[in-house]
Design a protein around this ligand. Structure first.
Ligand code: SF4
Ligand code: SF4
Length: 496
């Protein structure tokens, strides 16, 4: 199956002994010239790349105060060293968060601090060389920007911010990552990550309407580009065809049907994902976000609801208003934007849905908190809503639910191993090894409680788990969408 060994699942997680350089070979494919240029970056490594990189670093430390504070304030306490799933899964010491940060910090020190300029050896400062750039390319693409390490750092240093800046610097000298940059270029050209054009999207949605009617006898619509609809739903394009994502999309449609609220998808904003965040480029993040604004204005909707996607919810929750706002043309009675789980949760609280929990009795569920939802956003009006709302919804539609161990959920959740722009087959070894801590936690509830399925609310988590679970002996279809569970349990026509 692969030219690497899948780590062994232990009963209790173990902190591995270090193995220097074992993941130095892991690098994603480099973006081609046409995709670099589509995003406004040089097509290939520029001649004076060292100076361009340092200029960019200076620009970013000036623009983002947090970036400079993070570079200046690490005291090497070591609290973060065993918190990264990529270190736990690979044992490469450069996957310890502090060591990853230091790859960039030592160049920053050499060029932008007094001690680094005059006593470089004393403070571990080094010049920016091709070897250093190669290390950056390798190890800043072994960080899924999950922010778990920042939770344990007494100074709140966020390695995700440093890895985003490093990727932006690399893009600015012409060394971008193929997977992310090609996808962003596709969104500009066609509207979604998958390159699914409007006629294909319309056909797909029609097919799903037929499937629901065949199965339930009820005509549930999945509308596209309907002007004057109340709600615009922006969802990851994986929801349009991949398993288990598509079952979640059918769940959204059934919820809107039962609520009697008109809604529409948009062919212009047919993608919730925003890979501009993964490459640290606010300019590209803004351009992708603007498509949502344009679609909302064009369709004349009153509300925007985001589908199940982790980083898309972070971008929407934390940045949409500043990047693409103001959204003063929407109904002020609703948050901008809302998450589909907030919407469904509210309907459940108000008794607006009839649910038959026994429809999910063939499953014993657990729930994987997605990093960007858990550590970079919120849901609902109460602190911690991002943890309680998905669980409330699952408990409302299932009889059998058990959480994984406390130190692996909520704020302490482990990344699926494929986030942050790493969900590409050229990084398969990293993805499999990085999933180790989550797989160990899953094994625990499988053995303790007979858990058969894990639910998630992120397109990347779902795709990653479907692919890597078989490496650890789990079935690929044991990952499910939360709205797939809602879809199974909802009794259609009951509230009409
Ligand atoms: S942000 Fe996540 S992936 Fe990156 S170093 Fe920290 S724990 Fe590891
Ligand atoms: S926990 Fe924070 S201060 Fe301590 S080594 Fe890690 S990044 Fe540095």
């Amino acid at each position: 199956m692969a030219d690497f060994d899948t780590p062994e699942l232990k009963e209790y997680p173990e902190i591995p002994h270090i193995h220097e350089g074992v993941m130095a070979h892991s690098k994603p494919f480099v973006a081609k010239e046409e995709f670099q240029q589509a995003l406004g970056f040089p097509g290939e490594l520029v001649d004076n790349w060292e100076q361009v990189a340092l200029d960019k670093m200076q620009e970013l430390t000036g623009k983002y105060r947090s970036f400079q504070v993070f570079l200046d304030s690490c005291v090497k306490c070591g609290a973060c060293t065993d918190k990264c799933h990529y270190y736990l899964g690979t044992s490469d010491p450069k996957n310890m968060p502090v060591a990853r940060q230091d790859l960039l910090r030592k160049v920053y020190r050499r060029n932008f601090t007094f001690a680094g300029k005059y006593f470089p050896k004393l403070v571990g400062a080094v010049d920016l060389t091709r070897e250093v750039l190669d290390d950056w390319y390798s190890y800043f693409h072994q960080c899924s920007q999950c922010r778990r390490c920042s939770v344990y750092c007494p100074y709140g240093i966020d390695t995700a911010e440093i890895s985003m800046a490093a990727r932006e610097i690399m893009d600015s000298v012409g060394v971008g990552q193929k997977y992310c940059n090609e996808i962003i270029a596709k969104v500009y050209k066609i509207g979604n990550n998958l390159g699914l054009p409007e006629p294909a999207l319309a056909d797909t949605l029609e097919g799903l309407e037929e499937d629901i009617e065949d199965e339930t006898g009820v005509a549930v619509r999945l509308p596209l580009d309907v002007k004057g609809a109340e709600v615009l739903v922006v969802t990851p394009s994986a929801d349009f065809f991949a398993e288990p994502h598509v079952d979640g999309l059918m769940g959204y449609a059934k919820v809107f049907h039962e609520a009697g609220i008109s809604w529409t998808l948009s062919s212009h904003a047919s993608e919730a994902a925003n890979f501009g965040m993964f490459i640290g480029s606010y300019e590209n993040m803004r351009k992708v976000s603007l498509r949502i604004r344009e679609a909302a204005l064009d369709l004349g909707v009153k509300r925007i609801i985001m589908g199940e996607c982790g980083h898309a919810w972070r971008v929407a929750y934390s940045f949409l208003n500043t990047l693409a706002g103001p959204f003063d043309f929407l109904d002020p009675n609703y948050p901008v934007p809302q998450h589909i789980l907030e919407f469904t949760h509210d309907l459940i609280q108000r008794g607006a849905l009839t649910l038959d929990k026994s429809a999910n009795d063939d499953m014993v569920l657990t729930f994987h908190d997605s990093c960007n939802v858990a550590r970079a956003s919120r849901m609902g009006s109460k602190p911690g809503g991002q943890f309680t709302i998905p669980r409330d919804v699952i408990r409302a539609v299932c009889n059998n639910f058990y959480d994984m161990p406390q130190d692996t959920i909520h704020e302490a959740t482990y990344c699926c191993g494929g986030g942050g722009g790493l969900l590409t087959d050229d990084l398969m070894e990293l993805r499999v090894k990085g999933a180790l801590p989550r797989m160990e936690a899953l094994k625990h509830v499988v053995e303790e409680h007979g858990v058969t399925h894990m639910a998630a609310i992120c397109a990347i988590c779902k795709s990653q788990f479907a692919k890597i679970m078989p490496y650890y002996g789990f079935q690929m279809d044991s990952i499910v969408s939360v709205h797939q569970l809602v879809s199974n349990a909802i009794v259609l026509g009951d509230k009409q």
